[in-house]
Design a protein. Structure first.
Length: 591
Protein backbone atom coordinates (compact mmCIF):
# COMPACT_ATOMS: atom_id res chain seq x y z
CA UNK A 1 0.00 0.00 0.00
CA UNK A 2 1.48 3.30 -1.08
CA UNK A 3 0.97 6.51 0.94
CA UNK A 4 -1.35 7.70 -1.84
CA UNK A 5 -3.52 4.60 -1.42
CA UNK A 6 -3.87 5.13 2.33
CA UNK A 7 -4.56 8.82 1.76
CA UNK A 8 -7.36 8.11 -0.73
CA UNK A 9 -9.04 5.55 1.55
CA UNK A 10 -8.75 7.77 4.61
CA UNK A 11 -9.95 10.85 2.71
CA UNK A 12 -13.19 9.32 1.44
CA UNK A 13 -13.84 7.76 4.88
CA UNK A 14 -13.25 10.97 6.84
CA UNK A 15 -15.27 13.22 4.52
CA UNK A 16 -18.16 10.74 4.51
CA UNK A 17 -18.18 10.47 8.30
CA UNK A 18 -18.07 14.25 8.62
CA UNK A 19 -21.22 14.59 6.49
CA UNK A 20 -23.18 11.70 8.02
CA UNK A 21 -24.62 13.64 10.94
CA UNK A 22 -25.75 16.86 9.19
CA UNK A 23 -27.29 15.05 6.22
CA UNK A 24 -28.77 12.30 8.40
CA UNK A 25 -30.35 14.87 10.70
CA UNK A 26 -31.78 16.74 7.71
CA UNK A 27 -33.38 13.58 6.33
CA UNK A 28 -34.87 12.83 9.75
CA UNK A 29 -36.44 16.29 9.76
CA UNK A 30 -37.89 15.66 6.29
CA UNK A 31 -39.49 12.37 7.30
CA UNK A 32 -40.69 13.59 10.70
CA UNK A 33 -42.35 16.66 9.14
CA UNK A 34 -40.26 19.09 11.14
CA UNK A 35 -39.68 22.67 9.90
CA UNK A 36 -37.27 22.96 6.95
CA UNK A 37 -35.87 26.50 6.79
CA UNK A 38 -35.97 28.09 3.31
CA UNK A 39 -37.27 24.89 1.73
CA UNK A 40 -40.72 25.21 3.32
CA UNK A 41 -41.14 28.56 1.58
CA UNK A 42 -39.63 27.60 -1.78
CA UNK A 43 -40.64 23.96 -2.27
CA UNK A 44 -43.61 23.81 0.11
CA UNK A 45 -46.06 25.17 -2.49
CA UNK A 46 -44.77 22.63 -5.03
CA UNK A 47 -45.32 19.82 -2.52
CA UNK A 48 -48.87 20.96 -1.76
CA UNK A 49 -49.66 21.29 -5.49
CA UNK A 50 -48.52 17.72 -6.13
CA UNK A 51 -50.72 16.46 -3.29
CA UNK A 52 -53.70 18.40 -4.69
CA UNK A 53 -53.02 17.10 -8.19
CA UNK A 54 -52.86 13.49 -7.00
CA UNK A 55 -55.67 13.71 -4.46
CA UNK A 56 -53.35 12.93 -1.56
CA UNK A 57 -53.28 14.50 1.89
CA UNK A 58 -50.04 15.18 3.74
CA UNK A 59 -51.51 13.66 6.90
CA UNK A 60 -52.70 10.48 5.16
CA UNK A 61 -51.58 7.16 6.64
CA UNK A 62 -51.53 3.61 5.27
CA UNK A 63 -51.10 0.16 6.76
CA UNK A 64 -48.30 -1.98 5.36
CA UNK A 65 -50.46 -3.73 2.76
CA UNK A 66 -51.79 -0.44 1.40
CA UNK A 67 -48.26 0.98 1.40
CA UNK A 68 -46.98 -2.06 -0.53
CA UNK A 69 -49.82 -1.89 -3.04
CA UNK A 70 -49.19 1.80 -3.71
CA UNK A 71 -45.47 1.08 -4.16
CA UNK A 72 -46.09 -1.76 -6.61
CA UNK A 73 -48.68 0.21 -8.61
CA UNK A 74 -46.36 3.22 -8.93
CA UNK A 75 -43.45 1.04 -10.05
CA UNK A 76 -45.62 -0.78 -12.59
CA UNK A 77 -46.58 2.52 -14.21
CA UNK A 78 -42.92 3.55 -14.27
CA UNK A 79 -41.99 0.24 -15.92
CA UNK A 80 -44.55 0.73 -18.69
CA UNK A 81 -43.43 4.32 -19.34
CA UNK A 82 -39.73 3.38 -19.64
CA UNK A 83 -40.59 0.46 -21.93
CA UNK A 84 -42.88 2.55 -24.12
CA UNK A 85 -40.46 5.45 -24.54
CA UNK A 86 -37.74 3.09 -25.77
CA UNK A 87 -40.06 1.47 -28.29
CA UNK A 88 -41.36 4.82 -29.58
CA UNK A 89 -38.23 6.98 -29.42
CA UNK A 90 -37.77 6.99 -33.21
CA UNK A 91 -41.04 8.94 -33.51
CA UNK A 92 -40.43 11.35 -30.62
CA UNK A 93 -38.47 14.63 -30.46
CA UNK A 94 -35.00 15.26 -28.99
CA UNK A 95 -33.44 12.44 -31.00
CA UNK A 96 -30.39 14.12 -32.59
CA UNK A 97 -28.65 10.95 -33.74
CA UNK A 98 -31.90 9.42 -35.08
CA UNK A 99 -31.93 6.43 -32.74
CA UNK A 100 -34.32 3.66 -33.75
CA UNK A 101 -36.59 1.72 -31.40
CA UNK A 102 -34.85 -0.67 -29.06
CA UNK A 103 -35.73 -4.35 -29.37
CA UNK A 104 -38.51 -5.73 -27.17
CA UNK A 105 -36.15 -7.85 -25.07
CA UNK A 106 -33.69 -5.00 -24.54
CA UNK A 107 -36.50 -2.57 -23.74
CA UNK A 108 -37.92 -5.04 -21.20
CA UNK A 109 -34.52 -5.49 -19.57
CA UNK A 110 -33.85 -1.74 -19.39
CA UNK A 111 -37.31 -0.99 -18.00
CA UNK A 112 -36.90 -3.69 -15.34
CA UNK A 113 -33.39 -2.43 -14.63
CA UNK A 114 -34.22 1.23 -14.07
CA UNK A 115 -37.49 0.75 -12.21
CA UNK A 116 -35.72 -1.55 -9.72
CA UNK A 117 -32.81 0.86 -9.17
CA UNK A 118 -30.47 -1.72 -10.73
CA UNK A 119 -29.48 0.23 -13.86
CA UNK A 120 -27.96 -2.81 -15.52
CA UNK A 121 -27.14 -1.73 -19.08
CA UNK A 122 -27.35 -4.04 -22.08
CA UNK A 123 -27.17 -1.01 -24.35
CA UNK A 124 -24.79 1.81 -25.27
CA UNK A 125 -26.39 5.05 -24.13
CA UNK A 126 -24.84 7.32 -26.77
CA UNK A 127 -25.72 4.96 -29.64
CA UNK A 128 -29.16 3.60 -28.72
CA UNK A 129 -30.93 6.14 -26.48
CA UNK A 130 -32.31 9.53 -27.57
CA UNK A 131 -32.01 12.58 -25.34
CA UNK A 132 -35.72 12.32 -24.54
CA UNK A 133 -35.40 8.68 -23.48
CA UNK A 134 -32.32 9.44 -21.38
CA UNK A 135 -34.08 12.32 -19.59
CA UNK A 136 -37.75 11.35 -19.39
CA UNK A 137 -37.33 7.60 -18.92
CA UNK A 138 -33.94 6.94 -17.34
CA UNK A 139 -33.19 10.12 -15.36
CA UNK A 140 -36.72 10.30 -13.94
CA UNK A 141 -36.43 6.68 -12.80
CA UNK A 142 -33.08 7.52 -11.23
CA UNK A 143 -35.02 9.85 -8.94
CA UNK A 144 -38.17 7.85 -8.25
CA UNK A 145 -36.61 4.38 -7.98
CA UNK A 146 -34.18 5.77 -5.41
CA UNK A 147 -37.07 7.51 -3.64
CA UNK A 148 -39.01 4.22 -3.60
CA UNK A 149 -36.21 2.51 -1.68
CA UNK A 150 -35.95 5.40 0.75
CA UNK A 151 -39.73 5.43 1.29
CA UNK A 152 -39.72 1.72 2.18
CA UNK A 153 -36.78 2.36 4.50
CA UNK A 154 -38.53 5.14 6.41
CA UNK A 155 -41.70 3.03 6.67
CA UNK A 156 -39.60 0.36 8.39
CA UNK A 157 -38.11 2.99 10.70
CA UNK A 158 -41.62 4.07 11.69
CA UNK A 159 -42.65 0.47 12.27
CA UNK A 160 -39.79 0.05 14.72
CA UNK A 161 -40.41 3.38 16.46
CA UNK A 162 -44.22 3.28 16.72
CA UNK A 163 -46.34 1.14 19.02
CA UNK A 164 -49.85 -0.34 18.95
CA UNK A 165 -50.75 1.04 15.52
CA UNK A 166 -51.27 -0.41 12.06
CA UNK A 167 -50.13 2.70 10.16
CA UNK A 168 -46.58 3.22 8.86
CA UNK A 169 -47.03 6.43 6.87
CA UNK A 170 -48.06 7.19 3.30
CA UNK A 171 -46.02 5.95 0.34
CA UNK A 172 -47.09 8.91 -1.78
CA UNK A 173 -46.08 11.49 0.82
CA UNK A 174 -42.76 9.79 1.54
CA UNK A 175 -42.01 9.58 -2.20
CA UNK A 176 -42.75 13.25 -2.85
CA UNK A 177 -40.80 14.53 0.16
CA UNK A 178 -37.81 12.34 -0.66
CA UNK A 179 -37.56 13.71 -4.19
CA UNK A 180 -38.30 17.34 -3.34
CA UNK A 181 -36.31 17.88 -0.18
CA UNK A 182 -33.44 15.38 -0.45
CA UNK A 183 -32.65 14.14 -3.95
CA UNK A 184 -33.42 17.22 -6.05
CA UNK A 185 -31.37 19.75 -4.02
CA UNK A 186 -28.37 17.43 -3.75
CA UNK A 187 -28.53 16.52 -7.45
CA UNK A 188 -28.79 20.18 -8.47
CA UNK A 189 -25.64 21.11 -6.53
CA UNK A 190 -23.68 18.07 -7.74
CA UNK A 191 -24.70 18.65 -11.36
CA UNK A 192 -23.34 22.20 -11.20
CA UNK A 193 -20.07 20.94 -9.72
CA UNK A 194 -19.70 18.26 -12.39
CA UNK A 195 -20.55 20.64 -15.20
CA UNK A 196 -17.85 23.00 -13.90
CA UNK A 197 -15.33 20.16 -14.26
CA UNK A 198 -16.22 19.44 -17.88
CA UNK A 199 -19.07 16.93 -17.70
CA UNK A 200 -21.19 17.76 -20.75
CA UNK A 201 -24.68 19.24 -20.37
CA UNK A 202 -26.35 20.26 -23.62
CA UNK A 203 -29.30 19.49 -25.88
CA UNK A 204 -27.37 20.32 -29.07
CA UNK A 205 -26.71 17.73 -31.76
CA UNK A 206 -23.67 15.47 -31.79
CA UNK A 207 -20.52 17.30 -32.89
CA UNK A 208 -18.39 16.37 -35.89
CA UNK A 209 -14.78 17.48 -35.54
CA UNK A 210 -11.57 17.02 -37.49
CA UNK A 211 -9.16 14.54 -35.96
CA UNK A 212 -5.68 15.65 -34.97
CA UNK A 213 -3.96 12.65 -36.55
CA UNK A 214 -5.43 11.17 -39.72
CA UNK A 215 -5.86 7.42 -39.99
CA UNK A 216 -7.61 4.93 -42.24
CA UNK A 217 -9.42 1.63 -42.22
CA UNK A 218 -9.70 -1.14 -44.78
CA UNK A 219 -12.74 -3.05 -45.99
CA UNK A 220 -12.66 -6.19 -48.10
CA UNK A 221 -15.39 -7.14 -50.59
CA UNK A 222 -15.74 -9.75 -53.30
CA UNK A 223 -16.61 -8.47 -56.80
CA UNK A 224 -16.98 -10.90 -59.70
CA UNK A 225 -15.04 -13.54 -57.80
CA UNK A 226 -12.19 -11.18 -57.03
CA UNK A 227 -11.25 -9.80 -53.62
CA UNK A 228 -11.14 -6.02 -53.56
CA UNK A 229 -9.61 -4.12 -50.65
CA UNK A 230 -10.67 -0.52 -50.18
CA UNK A 231 -8.80 1.93 -47.96
CA UNK A 232 -10.92 4.73 -46.48
CA UNK A 233 -9.24 7.71 -44.82
CA UNK A 234 -10.57 8.91 -41.46
CA UNK A 235 -10.40 12.69 -41.11
CA UNK A 236 -13.38 13.44 -38.86
CA UNK A 237 -14.91 12.05 -35.68
CA UNK A 238 -18.41 12.36 -34.24
CA UNK A 239 -18.49 13.33 -30.56
CA UNK A 240 -21.57 12.21 -28.65
CA UNK A 241 -22.72 14.96 -26.29
CA UNK A 242 -25.96 15.52 -24.43
CA UNK A 243 -27.52 16.28 -21.02
CA UNK A 244 -25.06 14.11 -19.11
CA UNK A 245 -24.23 16.12 -15.96
CA UNK A 246 -27.84 16.14 -14.74
CA UNK A 247 -28.13 12.37 -15.18
CA UNK A 248 -24.71 11.60 -13.71
CA UNK A 249 -25.50 13.59 -10.56
CA UNK A 250 -28.62 11.61 -9.68
CA UNK A 251 -27.24 8.31 -10.93
CA UNK A 252 -24.56 8.58 -8.24
CA UNK A 253 -26.62 10.16 -5.44
CA UNK A 254 -29.49 7.70 -5.95
CA UNK A 255 -27.07 4.75 -6.13
CA UNK A 256 -28.45 4.02 -9.59
CA UNK A 257 -25.25 3.82 -11.63
CA UNK A 258 -26.63 3.79 -15.18
CA UNK A 259 -24.20 5.70 -17.37
CA UNK A 260 -25.12 8.27 -20.01
CA UNK A 261 -22.32 6.68 -22.03
CA UNK A 262 -21.61 3.02 -22.65
CA UNK A 263 -18.36 2.99 -20.66
CA UNK A 264 -20.06 4.76 -17.77
CA UNK A 265 -17.84 6.74 -15.37
CA UNK A 266 -14.69 5.77 -17.28
CA UNK A 267 -15.81 8.16 -20.05
CA UNK A 268 -14.09 11.57 -19.83
CA UNK A 269 -17.40 13.33 -20.57
CA UNK A 270 -18.92 11.70 -17.46
CA UNK A 271 -15.88 11.72 -15.18
CA UNK A 272 -13.12 13.97 -16.51
CA UNK A 273 -10.59 14.25 -13.68
CA UNK A 274 -9.58 13.32 -10.14
CA UNK A 275 -11.81 15.91 -8.48
CA UNK A 276 -14.92 14.81 -10.37
CA UNK A 277 -14.01 11.22 -9.52
CA UNK A 278 -13.86 12.05 -5.81
CA UNK A 279 -17.13 13.99 -5.87
CA UNK A 280 -18.94 11.18 -7.66
CA UNK A 281 -17.47 8.62 -5.28
CA UNK A 282 -18.61 10.70 -2.30
CA UNK A 283 -22.08 11.04 -3.83
CA UNK A 284 -22.36 7.25 -4.15
CA UNK A 285 -21.69 6.57 -0.49
CA UNK A 286 -23.09 9.70 1.15
CA UNK A 287 -26.85 9.09 1.43
CA UNK A 288 -26.61 5.38 2.40
CA UNK A 289 -24.14 6.27 5.17
CA UNK A 290 -26.20 9.23 6.41
CA UNK A 291 -29.32 7.06 6.60
CA UNK A 292 -27.77 5.30 9.58
CA UNK A 293 -27.94 8.52 11.58
CA UNK A 294 -31.47 9.13 10.26
CA UNK A 295 -32.41 5.74 11.67
CA UNK A 296 -30.97 6.62 15.08
CA UNK A 297 -32.86 9.92 15.17
CA UNK A 298 -36.18 8.37 14.15
CA UNK A 299 -36.00 5.58 16.77
CA UNK A 300 -34.82 8.08 19.42
CA UNK A 301 -31.51 6.29 20.00
CA UNK A 302 -28.65 7.55 17.83
CA UNK A 303 -26.36 4.88 19.30
CA UNK A 304 -28.24 2.33 17.19
CA UNK A 305 -27.48 4.26 14.03
CA UNK A 306 -23.80 4.59 14.87
CA UNK A 307 -23.60 0.84 15.55
CA UNK A 308 -25.04 0.06 12.11
CA UNK A 309 -22.66 2.57 10.50
CA UNK A 310 -19.68 1.02 12.32
CA UNK A 311 -20.66 -2.40 11.00
CA UNK A 312 -20.79 -1.05 7.47
CA UNK A 313 -17.40 0.66 7.75
CA UNK A 314 -15.71 -2.45 9.17
CA UNK A 315 -16.89 -4.52 6.21
CA UNK A 316 -16.09 -1.73 3.73
CA UNK A 317 -12.49 -1.44 4.90
CA UNK A 318 -12.13 -5.23 5.06
CA UNK A 319 -12.88 -5.37 1.33
CA UNK A 320 -11.41 -2.15 -0.04
CA UNK A 321 -7.93 -2.55 1.49
CA UNK A 322 -7.30 -6.05 0.03
CA UNK A 323 -8.71 -4.95 -3.33
CA UNK A 324 -6.32 -1.99 -3.51
CA UNK A 325 -3.41 -4.16 -2.33
CA UNK A 326 -4.08 -6.83 -4.94
CA UNK A 327 -4.40 -4.34 -7.78
CA UNK A 328 -1.27 -2.47 -6.76
CA UNK A 329 0.66 -5.75 -6.59
CA UNK A 330 -0.04 -6.35 -10.27
CA UNK A 331 -0.63 -9.57 -12.16
CA UNK A 332 1.19 -12.54 -10.58
CA UNK A 333 1.59 -14.15 -14.00
CA UNK A 334 3.85 -11.27 -15.07
CA UNK A 335 6.17 -11.58 -12.06
CA UNK A 336 7.96 -14.43 -13.84
CA UNK A 337 8.98 -12.09 -16.62
CA UNK A 338 12.26 -10.51 -15.61
CA UNK A 339 12.79 -8.17 -18.53
CA UNK A 340 13.12 -4.49 -17.83
CA UNK A 341 10.04 -3.77 -19.90
CA UNK A 342 7.88 -6.20 -17.91
CA UNK A 343 9.14 -4.76 -14.64
CA UNK A 344 8.20 -1.28 -15.78
CA UNK A 345 4.71 -2.45 -16.68
CA UNK A 346 4.18 -3.90 -13.21
CA UNK A 347 5.70 -0.98 -11.31
CA UNK A 348 2.41 0.94 -11.37
CA UNK A 349 0.32 -2.08 -10.46
CA UNK A 350 -2.26 -3.74 -12.67
CA UNK A 351 -3.03 -0.99 -15.19
CA UNK A 352 -4.93 -3.27 -17.56
CA UNK A 353 -8.43 -1.94 -18.06
CA UNK A 354 -7.73 1.21 -16.01
CA UNK A 355 -8.03 4.85 -16.93
CA UNK A 356 -4.59 6.46 -16.56
CA UNK A 357 -6.11 9.44 -14.74
CA UNK A 358 -7.41 7.12 -11.98
CA UNK A 359 -4.98 4.18 -11.79
CA UNK A 360 -5.34 1.02 -9.68
CA UNK A 361 -6.01 2.78 -6.37
CA UNK A 362 -9.00 4.91 -7.33
CA UNK A 363 -10.30 2.16 -9.58
CA UNK A 364 -10.26 -0.40 -6.75
CA UNK A 365 -11.84 2.01 -4.24
CA UNK A 366 -14.56 2.81 -6.78
CA UNK A 367 -15.23 -0.87 -7.51
CA UNK A 368 -15.75 -1.78 -3.85
CA UNK A 369 -17.83 1.34 -3.16
CA UNK A 370 -20.20 0.87 -6.08
CA UNK A 371 -20.74 -2.83 -5.39
CA UNK A 372 -21.31 -2.16 -1.70
CA UNK A 373 -24.05 0.25 -2.70
CA UNK A 374 -26.55 -0.57 -5.43
CA UNK A 375 -24.79 1.92 -7.68
CA UNK A 376 -23.09 -0.29 -10.23
CA UNK A 377 -21.26 2.46 -12.11
CA UNK A 378 -17.66 1.72 -13.10
CA UNK A 379 -14.58 3.81 -13.80
CA UNK A 380 -12.47 0.80 -14.84
CA UNK A 381 -12.99 -2.57 -16.52
CA UNK A 382 -13.74 -5.00 -13.68
CA UNK A 383 -13.14 -7.86 -16.09
CA UNK A 384 -9.43 -6.88 -16.12
CA UNK A 385 -8.94 -6.91 -12.35
CA UNK A 386 -6.71 -9.65 -11.00
CA UNK A 387 -8.83 -12.65 -9.94
CA UNK A 388 -8.82 -12.07 -6.19
CA UNK A 389 -9.19 -8.31 -6.59
CA UNK A 390 -12.22 -8.90 -8.81
CA UNK A 391 -13.56 -11.25 -6.16
CA UNK A 392 -13.78 -8.39 -3.63
CA UNK A 393 -16.52 -6.43 -5.42
CA UNK A 394 -18.21 -9.72 -6.30
CA UNK A 395 -18.26 -10.80 -2.64
CA UNK A 396 -19.58 -7.35 -1.76
CA UNK A 397 -22.59 -8.09 -3.96
CA UNK A 398 -22.98 -11.49 -2.33
CA UNK A 399 -23.15 -9.98 1.16
CA UNK A 400 -26.50 -8.51 0.16
CA UNK A 401 -25.35 -4.98 -0.68
CA UNK A 402 -25.52 -3.70 2.85
CA UNK A 403 -22.05 -2.09 2.85
CA UNK A 404 -23.43 0.61 2.63
CA UNK A 405 -26.21 -0.57 0.43
CA UNK A 406 -28.45 1.32 -1.94
CA UNK A 407 -30.34 4.39 -0.81
CA UNK A 408 -33.01 2.92 1.43
CA UNK A 409 -32.51 -0.68 0.35
CA UNK A 410 -29.16 -0.89 2.14
CA UNK A 411 -30.74 0.06 5.46
CA UNK A 412 -33.70 -2.29 5.29
CA UNK A 413 -31.33 -5.02 4.09
CA UNK A 414 -29.00 -4.35 7.02
CA UNK A 415 -31.91 -4.29 9.48
CA UNK A 416 -32.90 -7.75 8.18
CA UNK A 417 -29.44 -8.94 9.21
CA UNK A 418 -29.88 -7.15 12.56
CA UNK A 419 -33.11 -9.07 13.17
CA UNK A 420 -31.38 -12.36 12.36
CA UNK A 421 -28.44 -11.47 14.62
CA UNK A 422 -30.80 -10.56 17.47
CA UNK A 423 -32.69 -13.82 16.95
CA UNK A 424 -29.46 -15.85 17.07
CA UNK A 425 -28.39 -14.04 20.24
CA UNK A 426 -31.77 -14.85 21.79
CA UNK A 427 -31.29 -18.53 21.00
CA UNK A 428 -27.90 -18.43 22.71
CA UNK A 429 -29.33 -17.23 26.01
CA UNK A 430 -32.67 -19.02 25.75
CA UNK A 431 -35.08 -16.08 25.70
CA UNK A 432 -37.30 -14.27 23.21
CA UNK A 433 -35.08 -11.75 21.41
CA UNK A 434 -35.84 -8.03 21.49
CA UNK A 435 -34.81 -5.10 19.34
CA UNK A 436 -35.44 -1.54 20.48
CA UNK A 437 -38.17 -2.66 22.83
CA UNK A 438 -39.98 -4.91 20.33
CA UNK A 439 -40.17 -8.67 20.58
CA UNK A 440 -38.61 -10.36 17.54
CA UNK A 441 -40.75 -13.40 16.87
CA UNK A 442 -41.17 -16.03 14.15
CA UNK A 443 -42.89 -13.74 11.62
CA UNK A 444 -40.19 -11.07 11.65
CA UNK A 445 -37.44 -13.69 11.45
CA UNK A 446 -39.08 -15.39 8.47
CA UNK A 447 -39.51 -12.10 6.62
CA UNK A 448 -35.89 -11.12 7.33
CA UNK A 449 -34.76 -14.51 6.03
CA UNK A 450 -36.67 -13.93 2.79
CA UNK A 451 -34.98 -10.53 2.33
CA UNK A 452 -31.56 -12.13 2.80
CA UNK A 453 -31.96 -15.45 0.98
CA UNK A 454 -34.15 -14.72 -2.05
CA UNK A 455 -31.52 -12.58 -3.88
CA UNK A 456 -28.89 -15.25 -3.18
CA UNK A 457 -31.15 -17.96 -4.55
CA UNK A 458 -31.92 -15.90 -7.66
CA UNK A 459 -28.19 -15.36 -8.32
CA UNK A 460 -27.46 -19.07 -8.04
CA UNK A 461 -30.43 -20.16 -10.15
CA UNK A 462 -29.76 -17.57 -12.87
CA UNK A 463 -26.06 -18.51 -13.09
CA UNK A 464 -26.88 -22.23 -13.13
CA UNK A 465 -29.36 -21.81 -16.00
CA UNK A 466 -26.83 -19.78 -17.99
CA UNK A 467 -24.11 -22.39 -17.43
CA UNK A 468 -26.16 -25.32 -18.78
CA UNK A 469 -27.93 -23.71 -21.74
CA UNK A 470 -26.41 -23.02 -25.18
CA UNK A 471 -27.81 -19.47 -25.13
CA UNK A 472 -26.09 -18.74 -21.84
CA UNK A 473 -22.75 -20.23 -22.80
CA UNK A 474 -22.79 -18.45 -26.18
CA UNK A 475 -22.55 -15.09 -24.44
CA UNK A 476 -19.31 -15.89 -22.63
CA UNK A 477 -16.14 -14.58 -24.29
CA UNK A 478 -13.63 -16.32 -22.01
CA UNK A 479 -13.17 -20.03 -21.24
CA UNK A 480 -12.59 -21.69 -17.90
CA UNK A 481 -12.93 -20.14 -14.43
CA UNK A 482 -12.94 -16.57 -15.73
CA UNK A 483 -15.90 -17.26 -17.99
CA UNK A 484 -17.75 -18.76 -15.04
CA UNK A 485 -16.88 -15.67 -12.98
CA UNK A 486 -18.42 -13.48 -15.68
CA UNK A 487 -21.69 -15.42 -15.55
CA UNK A 488 -21.74 -15.54 -11.75
CA UNK A 489 -21.00 -11.82 -11.45
CA UNK A 490 -23.77 -11.00 -13.95
CA UNK A 491 -26.49 -12.66 -11.90
CA UNK A 492 -25.06 -11.59 -8.53
CA UNK A 493 -25.17 -8.01 -9.79
CA UNK A 494 -28.73 -8.30 -11.06
CA UNK A 495 -29.98 -10.15 -7.98
CA UNK A 496 -28.40 -7.48 -5.78
CA UNK A 497 -30.00 -4.73 -7.93
CA UNK A 498 -26.50 -3.37 -8.52
CA UNK A 499 -25.96 -3.16 -12.27
CA UNK A 500 -22.18 -3.44 -12.60
CA UNK A 501 -20.68 -6.14 -14.82
CA UNK A 502 -17.38 -7.86 -15.50
CA UNK A 503 -17.94 -6.79 -19.08
CA UNK A 504 -16.56 -9.87 -20.82
CA UNK A 505 -20.01 -11.27 -21.50
CA UNK A 506 -22.39 -10.55 -24.39
CA UNK A 507 -25.49 -9.80 -22.35
CA UNK A 508 -27.58 -8.01 -24.99
CA UNK A 509 -29.32 -11.18 -26.19
CA UNK A 510 -32.94 -12.29 -25.68
CA UNK A 511 -31.76 -14.96 -23.22
CA UNK A 512 -29.83 -12.64 -20.91
CA UNK A 513 -32.24 -9.73 -21.33
CA UNK A 514 -35.34 -11.68 -20.34
CA UNK A 515 -33.74 -13.85 -17.64
CA UNK A 516 -31.84 -10.91 -16.18
CA UNK A 517 -34.94 -8.72 -16.19
CA UNK A 518 -36.90 -11.31 -14.26
CA UNK A 519 -34.09 -11.71 -11.72
CA UNK A 520 -33.97 -7.95 -11.13
CA UNK A 521 -37.73 -7.66 -10.65
CA UNK A 522 -38.04 -10.62 -8.28
CA UNK A 523 -35.01 -9.51 -6.24
CA UNK A 524 -36.32 -5.97 -5.76
CA UNK A 525 -39.89 -6.69 -4.76
CA UNK A 526 -39.26 -9.89 -2.82
CA UNK A 527 -37.23 -7.66 -0.51
CA UNK A 528 -39.54 -4.64 -0.44
CA UNK A 529 -42.72 -6.54 0.49
CA UNK A 530 -41.16 -8.49 3.42
CA UNK A 531 -39.54 -5.26 4.68
CA UNK A 532 -42.94 -3.57 4.76
CA UNK A 533 -44.47 -6.66 6.38
CA UNK A 534 -41.89 -6.40 9.17
CA UNK A 535 -42.72 -2.71 9.55
CA UNK A 536 -46.43 -3.47 9.90
CA UNK A 537 -45.85 -6.29 12.38
CA UNK A 538 -43.51 -4.27 14.61
CA UNK A 539 -45.75 -1.18 14.54
CA UNK A 540 -48.59 -3.18 16.15
CA UNK A 541 -46.49 -4.38 19.08
CA UNK A 542 -46.16 -2.85 22.51
CA UNK A 543 -42.85 -1.65 23.85
CA UNK A 544 -41.17 -4.09 26.22
CA UNK A 545 -39.05 -2.45 28.97
CA UNK A 546 -35.39 -3.42 28.84
CA UNK A 547 -34.21 -5.84 31.50
CA UNK A 548 -30.96 -7.42 32.61
CA UNK A 549 -31.50 -10.13 30.00
CA UNK A 550 -31.90 -7.69 27.10
CA UNK A 551 -29.01 -7.76 24.63
CA UNK A 552 -27.66 -4.22 24.03
CA UNK A 553 -27.58 -3.67 20.28
CA UNK A 554 -25.24 -0.68 20.23
CA UNK A 555 -22.14 -2.23 21.80
CA UNK A 556 -18.92 -3.48 20.13
CA UNK A 557 -20.00 -7.03 21.00
CA UNK A 558 -23.19 -6.75 18.97
CA UNK A 559 -21.34 -5.04 16.12
CA UNK A 560 -18.94 -8.01 15.92
CA UNK A 561 -21.88 -10.43 16.08
CA UNK A 562 -23.59 -8.58 13.23
CA UNK A 563 -20.41 -8.58 11.13
CA UNK A 564 -20.03 -12.32 11.75
CA UNK A 565 -23.62 -13.07 10.72
CA UNK A 566 -23.27 -11.09 7.47
CA UNK A 567 -19.94 -12.69 6.53
CA UNK A 568 -21.00 -16.22 7.47
CA UNK A 569 -24.25 -16.00 5.50
CA UNK A 570 -22.40 -14.65 2.45
CA UNK A 571 -19.55 -17.13 2.84
CA UNK A 572 -21.71 -20.23 3.29
CA UNK A 573 -23.94 -19.23 0.40
CA UNK A 574 -21.33 -18.33 -2.21
CA UNK A 575 -17.96 -19.86 -1.25
CA UNK A 576 -18.41 -22.99 -3.44
CA UNK A 577 -19.16 -20.78 -6.44
CA UNK A 578 -16.22 -18.48 -5.66
CA UNK A 579 -13.94 -21.52 -5.47
CA UNK A 580 -14.93 -22.47 -9.02
CA UNK A 581 -14.45 -18.94 -10.32
CA UNK A 582 -11.98 -16.31 -9.06
CA UNK A 583 -10.16 -18.57 -6.56
CA UNK A 584 -9.52 -21.25 -9.20
CA UNK A 585 -8.44 -18.58 -11.69
CA UNK A 586 -5.99 -17.11 -9.18
CA UNK A 587 -4.38 -20.50 -8.59
CA UNK A 588 -4.00 -21.04 -12.34
CA UNK A 589 -1.87 -17.88 -12.56
CA UNK A 590 0.89 -19.80 -10.76
CA UNK A 591 0.63 -22.89 -12.97
Amino acid sequence: MTPNAWFQIILISVVTLALVKPLGAWMARVYQFQPLPVFDRTLGPVERFIYWLCGVGREDEQNWKQYALACLAFNLVGFLIVYGLQRLQAYLPLNPAHMVANTPDNSFNTAASFVTNTNWQSYGGETTMSYLTQMLALTVQNFVSAATGMAVMVALFRGIARKTTTNIGSFWVDLVRTVLYILLPLAFVLALILASQGVVQTLSAYKTVHVVQHSSYQTTTTVAGKTVTTTTPVTTQTLAVGPAASQVAIKQLGTNGGGFYNVNSAHPYENPNGFSNFMELLAIILIPAAECYTFGKMVNDTRQGWAVLATMFILFLALVIPCVLLEQAGNPALHHLVTQKASAVQSGGNMTGKEVRFGPVNSAIWAVTTTGTSNGSVNAMLDSFTPLAGMMPMFNLQLGEVVFGGVGSGMYGMLAFVIVAVFIAGLMVGRTPEYLGKKIEAFETKMASIIILVPSALAHVGAAIACVTPQGIAGVDNPGPHGFSEILYTFCSQAANNGSAFGGISANTPFYNFLGGLVMLFARYWAIIPALAIAGSLAKKKLVPASSGTLPTHTPLFILLLVAVIVIVGGLTFFPALALGPIAEHLLLYK
